[in-house]
Each structure stands twice: as structure tokens, then as C-alpha cells.
Design a protein around this ligand. Structure first.
Ligand code: GTP
Length: 368
């Protein structure tokens, strides 16, 4: 462990963090049309608040955000970071530089030997100190958080040898040799960042890491089995928020105590309505009489009408769901209207401001 002044474990004051938040979040459209993915409300606060709280809890203060898509909204919300106990800096890419390009693009602001790099869309319970301890004790150039997944066919996989040393980066295949995947969190020695080519798109997984392996450099895997979720799809995003609300992944940024529902100030839930499964009801949102909202997120000002059933859904800001509506696994864009009696199932998505007339429209899509 990293030793503190009174013995282990100590805060990571001699490390700093880079968070990559510049992606377009295509898989989460239409929610990401109005806000970048790391700023989407998640258990009552922007998703990034949970990650920054974890970074701060580990004792890291200096954090650089690599921004591109909708860059300005991050600084508008988080400012210089002092309200969160952080020293936050921002770097904007004129053109998206991809993951490694984005890391290289912030290198002029880095000052410590070890730099933790985070994808800005991962929820995880990883102990950051133990990741850094693995990095330091193995004297690696880069240490990668790896997780084991049930179905590795959906991901590229990252085999390691008996000492935990990464041996390859394998593309997606129908028959992956191991179930370990890149979890989107790394520790870099700073000189490795400076060696990444500047000013062009570079991917960590497709170019930087395979290049380091080909040069015989040590990349260390840190396999960890605590909570981990890539919230890049609507289903994962809804699940992640519900897990935070219920305290399955504790977060210091949760605005309230863990429980079945998080009802934000100004929201109104009718006495005989049911809101559970880790749902969030945003400020000034309404859940009308007899409605059932389970494992879902209602953004600020959203309205769910009488007797409607909403499961595993996101209802965008100011969107209106009529009475007697059934929504399961659906995403309703900001300001959209779903008329009385409609049924939207299985990953259906309604774009912002679209109005679906009343009359029992049944729509199902499987695009998750
Ligand atoms: P999809 O478009 O739905 O795949 O989402 P995404 O754009 O976020 O891509 P992906 O999930 O692969 O990105 C992983 C992380 O890297 C996310 O936190 C992104 O914000 C970030 N990221 C991806 N591309 C860039 C980029 O060009 N610049 C910066 N600064 N960050 C990026």
C-alpha cells in the first residue's frame, strides 16, 4: 500500500488525474444531443460528479478534463473545482483527438510522475490506491484496470501472464481466449504521455498500448472485481443511476441517503403512486396518481401521467408522458410528449420535442 504519514494507506497526493470527457456519446442519443454524456443527470447530479468525488476521496486534487464535444458546459458547472475540493483545469480540442490524442493534448498541464487517466463514462468501485500500488511495485510504463466480464465477445480482451504483465490487445472475436477487458482507467508514467504523437487522433487501445507492447515496454494489468459499469448505452445508464440511488455503489456525491428512490426538491409524487427500484424524480417533476415508476430517471420538469407504468426508462427534461401509458426500456427526449394510452417498449427512443398522439400507439425497437 501507499504509506501515509501514520502508516498505510495514505492519500494519493503525489498523483494527479486526467478525465476524458470529449466523446459524442452517440449510443446515448437523443440524451446527448443537449448534454455531453458525463454531464447527464445520474442519481440527481451530473455523472461526472460521482467520478470526481471518488478521485477526491482518494486524495487527488489536481484534475485535468480533456474536453471536445460541448466543451463549455463542464467549466460552467464545475468551475475551478474549489467547491469540490479540487483544482480543476480544462483543455479543449478543436477537433476530437480520440483517447490517447486527448491525453497527449493535456500533457503541458501535468506535473506529477504518475497520472491516473479515466474514461469519463465509467462507474466503478475500484480502489485507486491499489491500482497505483500495482503500478509502482511493478515499475510499469502503464498500468491498466482490467475487469472480468461474463460475455467478453462484445469487447476487445486483454490477456496477462502469471506476473500480471499484459501480453496482447485483442480485437473483438467470437472466441476470446480470456474474459478480461480494458476497464477504461489507467496509470501512466508521465514520459509515456509525452511520447504520444501530438496534434492528431490517436487511440489508446488501437495504437498507443499495442505500440508500447511491440517496443517491449511493460504494461501491467490490475484485475479487480469490485463494481464496474460502462454507462455508454441507455440500459446501462439507467442501471448505473439506480445502483447509485440504492447504494449498491456508494457515492459521496449522492444528494441524499441511499434508498429505493431519490426525489429531488420541488418534485411531486402522488400519494398512491409508486416510485422504486432506484428511480430518480428530478426537480419539479411530477408522478401523478396511480403511476408506477421503477428503476427509471425523470429529468427536471418531466411529467408522468395518472396510471402510467414506467420501467427502466429515461424521461427527458420537461417531457410529458400522458395517462395510462406503458413505457419499458424507453428513452423520451427533452420536451417530447407521449400521448395517453401509448405503449413504447424495448429500447424505443423518442427524439426531443416530438409529439406522439394519444390513441394506443405501440412501438418497440431493439437498438440498445
Ligand atoms: P459513443 O459515441 O456512444 O461510443 O460514446 P463516446 O463518444 O463517449 O465514446 P467512448 O465511450 O468510446 O469513449 C470513452 C471515453 O473517452 C469517454 O469518456 C469519452 O468522453 C472519451 N472520448 C472519446 N473520444 C474522445 C475524444 O476524441 N476526445 C476526448 N477528449 N475524449 C474522448
Amino acid at each position: 500500500m501507499t504509506a501515509g504519514p501514520d502508516g498505510p494507506p495514505g492519500p494519493l497526493r503525489d498523483a494527479e488525474a486526467v478525465v476524458l470527457v470529449g466523446g459524442q456519446g452517440v449510443r446515448l442519443r437523443p440524451l446527448t444531443l443537449s448534454a455531453p454524456k458525463p454531464m447527464l443527470p445520474t442519481a440527481g447530479v451530473p455523472f461526472l460528479s460521482h467520478l470526481l468525488a471518488r478521485i477526491r476521496a482518494a486524495g487527488i486534487e489536481h484534475v485535468v478534463l480533456g474536453t471536445s464535444y460541448k466543451a463549455e458546459v463542464f467549466a460552467e458547472h464545475f468551475g475551478d473545482g474549489s467547491a469540490f475540493g479540487l483544482e480543476l483545469e480544462y483543455v479543449v480540442e478543436d477537433e476530437p483527438l480520440d483517447t490517447a490524442g486527448a491525453i497527449r493534448n493535456v500533457s503541458h498541464l501535468l506535473r506529477e510522475r504518475d497520472v491516473l487517466v479515466f474514461n469519463g463514462d465509467i462507474l466503478s468501485g475500484l480502489d485507486l490506491r491499489s491500482l497505483v500500488d500495482t503500478h509502482r511495485s511493478s515499475a510499469a510504463e502503464v498500468t491498466l484496470h482490467l475487469v472480468k466480464v461474463d460475455d467478453p465477445r462484445q469487447f476487445g480482451c486483454v490477456p496477462t501472464d502469471a506476473d500480471g504483465r499484459v501480453t496482447a490487445f485483442l480485437e473483438k472475436t467470437e472466441d476470446p481466449p480470456v474474459d478480461q477487458i480494458n476497464a477504461g482507467c489507467y496509470v501512466f508514467r508521465r514520459p509515456v504521455i509525452e511520447d504520444i504523437p501530438a496534434g492528431r487522433r490517436v487511440s489508446v487501445e488501437r495504437e498507443t498500448f499495442p505500440g508500447l507492447l511491440a517496443d517491449g515496454k511493460r504494461l501491467q494489468g490490475h484485475v479487480d472485481s469490485s463494481y464496474w459499469l460502462d454507462m455508454g448505452t441507455p440500459a446501462a445508464y439507467v442501471r448505473g443511476s439506480a445502483d447509485l440511488v440504492r447504494g449498491e455503489l456508494p457515492s459521496a456525491a449522492l444528494p441524499g441517503r441511499p434508498g429505493e428512490a431519490l426525489v429531488l426538491p420541488g418534485a411531486r409524487v402522488a400519494e398512491d403512486a409508486v416510485v422504486d427500484g432506484g428511480s430518480t424524480v428530478g426537480a419539479d417533476a411530477v408522478v401523478a396518481a396511480g403511476a408506477q415508476v421503477t428503476g427509471s430517471m425523470l429529468f427536471d420538469g418531466a411529467h408522468v401521467g395518472a396510471g402510467s407504468e414506467v420501467r427502466g426508462c429515461v424521461i427527458g427534461a420537461g417531457a410529458r408522458v400522458g395517462s395510462g401509458v406503458t413505457l419499458r426500456g424507453a428513452v423520451i427526449g427533452d420536451g417530447a410528449v407521449v400521448g395517453d394510452g401509448c405503449e413504447l417498449l424495448d429500447g424505443a427512443r423518442v427524439w426531443p420535442s416530438v409529439e406522439i398522439p394519444a390513441g394506443g400507439v405501440r412501438f418497440s425497437a431493439d437498438r440498445r
